[in-house]
Design a protein around this ligand. Structure first.
Ligand SMILES: [Fe+2]
Ligand SMILES: [Fe+2]
Length: 299
């Protein structure tokens, strides 16, 4: 059985997070040099994080084509991230709508929404600057996404937010330290990593609090919803149109990426920390197991 995790006082955590937000935050409009030219020959993601890295398809690609693919992949990752941020802003706003705005908790939720507004603008601007389309997730996932703020509640809601935030966070931490990557991308990642650390703290505590009140009858739904959302996120990160943009067959490359052990390992690695947490609180299990496997977050 799962043991309940200790959790700090809700208002105290929110107060700390509010102070930290006031103390350290970025305004990407002014903190990023948007006029600086992109650097020739630099990649947009670390080479070994490309979804096709290590496949026979990769071996046949030229160096220029690989760099170009990394550019379209970062555009896909950023625009899928943006799409999810829009959904999570809607979910947070719903929480705010039904709660007391004079609490620190709600004020921090509003602060987080403000952070996400700046992030989404920043991601959009980066995609535009590098000259790629705002791919977002495939159309059917985009349509399904509308449901999430309607059917999502409780620990699965914050759990879904965490999967998106922590998977992206681990990839971004590695990228911001990689000198083979474009300075613009590294700076965008640095800004995002700094502010997301607070969001992760906020959501993790909400998951623990939520799990303490989830009934036995409700738990399977919470597990199923979380695993399903996670599966859609990880399998949609790279929109197949990104492959087409560099002259590959979209369907063939998409299949190759999903079957690529190196890419599956990248996703497993990126979700390592959050999966350990979700498992500890009891959110990983039937009836979500199949979706977790398909997400590559569980082996
Ligand atoms: Fe964000
Ligand atoms: Fe966030």
């Amino acid at each position: 059985m799962t043991r309940p995790l200790k959790v700090a006082d809700r208002e105290k955590t929110a107060e700390r997070l509010l102070n930290s937000s006031a103390d350290k935050f970025y305004d990407p409009e002014v903190d990023i040099d948007w006029a600086a030219p992109l650097v020739d020959g630099l990649r947009y993601t670390p080479e070994h994080r490309c979804s096709l890295y290590g496949t026979p398809l990769w071996d046949r690609m030229s160096e220029d084509q690989r760099i170009e693919l990394s550019k379209h992949e970062i555009a896909s990752i950023a625009s899928v991230g943006l799409w999810f941020e829009i959904l999570l802003m809607q979910m947070l706003l719903k929480e705010v709508y039904r709660s007391d705005p004079t609490t620190m908790h709600v004020q921090y939720a509003l602060t987080e929404i403000a952070d996400e507004c700046r992030h989404s603008t920043m991601f959009a601007r980066m995609v535009d600057k590098i000259g790629c389309p705002p791919y977002g997730p495939p159309a059917h996932v985009h349509r399904l996404g509308r449901l999430l703020p309607v059917i999502g509640y409780g620990p699965a809601l914050y759990g879904s937010i965490l999967v998106a935030e922590e998977v992206l966070d681990r990839l971004q931490r590695e990228t911001m330290a990689d000198e083979t990557v474009q300075p613009l991308v590294r700076m965008v990642n640095r800004i995002h990593v700094l502010e997301e650390a607070r969001h992760v703290r906020f959501a993790r505590e909400e998951v623990v609090r939520g799990m303490a009140t989830v009934s036995k009858a409700e738990l399977p739904y919470q597990r199923w919803l979380l695993a399903t959302v996670a599966m859609f996120i990880t399998r949609s990160i790279i929109n197949p149109k990104a492959y087409k943009a560099v002259g590959l067959d979209a369907a063939e490359a998409h299949r190759a990426a999903l079957g690529n052990p190196a890419w599956q390992e990248t996703i497993r690695w990126s979700g390592e920390r959050i999966m350990k947490f979700l498992d500890e609180v009891g959110l990983v299990g039937k009836p979500g197991t199949r979706a977790w496997r398909r997400s590559f977050l569980l082996p």
